[in-house]
Design a binder for this molecule. Structure first.
Ligand SMILES: Nc1ncnc2c1ncn2[C@@H]1O[C@H](COP(=O)(O)OP(=O)(O)OP(=O)(O)O)[C@@H](O)[C@H]1O
Length: 434
């Protein structure tokens, strides 16, 4: 019975590995094979790389050793665990006496050559453990499609299937770590970058995921209409007005909703809304090209817009509002420091100057990354959001505007259409539905 149970367990374990391999994409399969080779050759390779320790022989060894011979010390080798993914393999090893981070770093070149990685990154996440991240593919150079659509153009999630608690997968850091945004737990955000740097593609993912969440109410203000167009029929509120009047009205309505929600604090004995529902949705307010309003030539309108925006930026989060602003260059004349300070999640695509970068990351001069880099390709940014400990390079996942239209078509088919497209829609160049 016992050997049968062991055989059964082994079959299940082996079966799950085979299934995992069969389901993996081509790059992950190559990494699975690479991880296997690393483990198989490890005991022979570790002493050659100097990654071993000698343990003085104990009394038992002395007893077992024939007379006239000195007892041989035991060779200890770090134990490896491997985690393959599409970029390469992450190897975790325990440290041994004198085989800590320094020894692993000294062996970096041998590890790179023996394991076949163009780049490895060695770190110590906690005492007793060393992490070697081997990259066969660079995460920043690797195109990643959004998880919201299949390669065949079908939706991976049906409208209403997600909630604000579901993480939005925005991209990968340069170390291959997924970057996820949790709308419920995070506060406001800012996306910057020169034209064609990738702001819209990043925003597509944010808006598309939010539109599939049943407890999120989407409000999109966009003087260029580009970001708003796919969501025109289904977003709760949408405006493409170049003049600030309509956006000011929308911001006032949100403020009125905030005041209405303040009343619920008494009943709930709380000072913030942390759970959302269809009756009490999270309000995602996205404003593209915010400079169009904050630098509007009409001073009175500009100030009225800024006053509303400032109130939402400072107070909105606790009432369940998440404000995301997009700007090419969020300098002080575009966004006041008071507003900017409240936009804690930051994504900075390529910008022109270091000063522009510092508007998003005031400590940017001390960082070893910058977005004021002309070689930075579209889709790559410096990001600080979610559980990232320091700002890091990120490559956004790709979700085309055409895919956003497809998601919107599916929402309309599910009876979620709120309004018709504007009269001018058929002539819009980006109207994939036309
Ligand atoms: N994450 C990405 N992966 C692959 N390609 C990308 C990515 N992001 C952007 N691109 C490429 O860069 C082009 C420009 O991106 P996008 O339209 O998002 O720029 P933008 O900053 O919004 O520009 P604009 O301000 O002019 O609207 C896209 O059409 C696409 O070809």
């Amino acid at each position: 019975m016992v050997p049968e149970a062991i055989a059964g367990l082994a079959a299940v374990y082996g079966g799950s590995k085979v299934t995992r391999y069969a389901r993996a994409d081509r790059d992950t399969r190559a990494s699975i094979r690479q991880a296997y080779r690393i483990r198989r050759r490890w005991r022979r390779f570790a002493p050659m790389a100097g990654l071993f320790a000698l343990q003085a022989p104990g009394r038992l060894a002395a007893l077992r050793t024939p007379d006239g011979f000195a007892p041989v010390p035991k060779t200890l080798i770090p134990t490896l665990k491997t985690r393959p993914d599409r970029f390469g393999v992450t190897v975790t090893a325990n440290t041994l006496p004198k085989v800590g981070l320094t020894a692993w770093r000294s062996a970096e070149e041998s590890l790179r050559d023996a394991w076949g990685f163009p780049r490895v990154k060695i770190s110590q996440p906690k005492p007793g453990l060393v992490l070697v991240r081997g990259f066969r593919n660079e995460p920043l150079d690797t195109h990643t499609d959004s998880v919201l659509m299949t390669s065949g153009g079908d939706l991976c999630f049906q409208p209403g299937e997600l909630t604000s608690e579901d993480p939005i997968f925005l991209g990968f850091t340069e170390d291959g770590e997924p970057v996820r945004l949790n709308l419920r737990r995070s506060a406001h955000g800012l996306i910057a970058g020169v034209t064609r740097s990738g702001k819209s593609i990043t925003t597509n993912t944010l808006l598309a995921a939010a539109s599939l969440m049943r407890d999120v109410r989407m409000v999109v203000i966009d003087p260029n209409l580009a970001a708003a167009a796919p969501w025109w029929r289904t977003a709760h509120t949408v405006s493409s007005s170049v003049q600030p009047d309509e956006p000011i009205e929308i911001l006032r309505e949100i403020r009125a909703e905030m005041e209405r929600r303040a009343g619920t604090f008494w009943a709930g004995r709380t000072d913030r809304i942390e759970t959302f529902s269809e009756e009490m949705p999270l309000i995602l307010l996205v404003i593209d090209e915010v400079a169009n309003y904050t630098r509007h030539p009409d001073k009175k309108k500009r100030e009225a817009f800024e006053a509303e925006l400032s109130a939402i930026a400072s107070q909105g989060a606790k009432y369940g509002v998440r404000l995301w602003l997009l700007a090419q260059k969020p300098s002080a004349d575009v966004l006041t420091t008071a507003i900017r300070t409240n936009l804690s999640s930051r994504i900075c695509h390529r910008v022109d100057t270091t000063e522009d970068f510092l508007h998003l990351f005031p400590d940017g001069r001390d960082l070893d990354v910058t977005a004021a880099d002309r070689s930075m390709p579209p889709g790559v940014s410096i990001a600080s959001l979610g559980d990232m400990r320091t700002p890091s390079r990120m490559r956004s996942v790709y979700l085309s505007t055409e895919d956003c239209w497809r998601i919107n078509d599916a929402m309309c088919a599910a009876g979620l259409q709120i309004r018709e497209l504007p009269e001018s829609a058929p002539s819009m160049p980006f109207d994939a539905a036309a």
